[in-house]
Design a protein around this ligand. Structure first.
Ligand code: NAP
Ligand code: MN
Length: 266
């Protein structure tokens, strides 16, 4: 089996990366950053997001596992103290795989026929650099509303505990192939009206954002951000692809939610 280890780049994570690499090599595994079967990310959820994007071209052949060197993460859910156990698991036992849904984002421009396609593990957000975002929102091909406000966030189920949560979105279990649309400060008065509530859409229900004002827009996909103008549409739906996580022990999603946001209790 081929593996690679990625690090947040701080001293603790780098040292752990070195340890894991040499232990796995001692167990006869091969380090291969080009075509790994398993990617071990050391740092935080942000480190795993970066690892995901480095290998988004070979999701069918790659499994991810995350170790946190800071606070407990949602993707980075192994402690540094457990690394020895983890190494033996990876080297000796066939591991289980859990798949989480992803978000597909397709951006089209007025001045080009090219389309840009992205996969998000957490979310896509759309904002403007200046002034309000004004855009028509179509759901499943039907006009739904015209949004005016700071921006919109379309999140995956596993991303629902990230930006989406800060926007008042619901926390969704990652076994639900779905996406969630939340508003950032919509303008609501006698002239402008939006639904206000987060919307949760199932597979095959496309959400199309059609900007109405030609302003510079900031589109983010997970930790990445781009500024662009002449955007004709941003199309979101649950992706065909899934991300695969290696599971060596049960750590249920709701337990991670509790330990991250409520605490471990008395
Ligand atoms: P960051 O600014 O370090 O991330 C913000 C926080 O979100 C970090 O604590 C990060 O954990 C955590 N996080 C990432 N994915 C998560 C998930 N699925 N569930 C719960 N928490 C999660 O930047 P980053 O590490 O590159 O992460 C990018 C993400 O930041 C974006 O995808 C977006 O979700 C989030 N974000 C949140 C807000 C907000 O809440 N207002 C604003 C902008 C962006 P680690 O410390 O373990 O990396
Ligand atoms: Mn981070």
């Amino acid at each position: 089996m081929h593996f690679t280890v990625t690090s947040r780049g701080d001293d603790v994570s780098d040292a752990l990366k070195k340890d894991i690499t040499s232990s796995l090599e001692e167990h006869g595994l091969t380090e291969d950053a080009d075509q790994p079967d398993i990617v071990i990310s050391v740092g935080g959820d942000g480190t795993l997001l970066e690892a995901f994007h480095s290998y988004h071209g070979r999701l069918d052949d790659t499994c991810f596992v995350g170790i946190h060197t800071g606070h407990l993460g949602f993707y980075a859910d192994w402690q540094p103290e457990e690394v020895e156990k983890l190494v033996i698991h990876i080297a000796k036992t066939p591991f289980q795989v859990v798949e989480y849904p992803l978000l597909e984002v397709v951006v089209r421009h007025y001045d080009s026929d090219d389309t840009d396609r992205y996969l998000a593990l957490n979310e896509c957000t759309v904002k403007t650099l200046e002034g309000s975002l004004v855009c028509d929102i179509d759901i499943k091909g039907e006009p739904f509303e015209t949004f005016r406000g700071d921006g919109l966030c379309i999140s995956t189920p596993s991303g629902s505990t990230a930006y989406n949560k800060a926007l008042g979105g619901g926390i969704l279990h990652p076994s639900l192939p779905s996406m969630q649309l939340t508003e950032m400060a919509s303008i609501n008065n006698r002239v402008y009206r939006t639904i206000g509530s987060p919307l949760i859409l199932p597979q095959h229900h496309t959400c199309l954002l059609n900007p109405l004002n030609d302003v510079e827009m900031q589109i983010t996909v997970d930790h990445m951000s781009m500024v662009d103008r002449s955007i004709k549409s941003i199309q979101c739906r649950v992706a065909e692809e899934n991300v695969r996580f290696a599971r060596f022990r049960p750590f249920p999603f709701w337990k991670r939610v509790k330990e991250s946001f409520i605490g471990e209790g008395e």
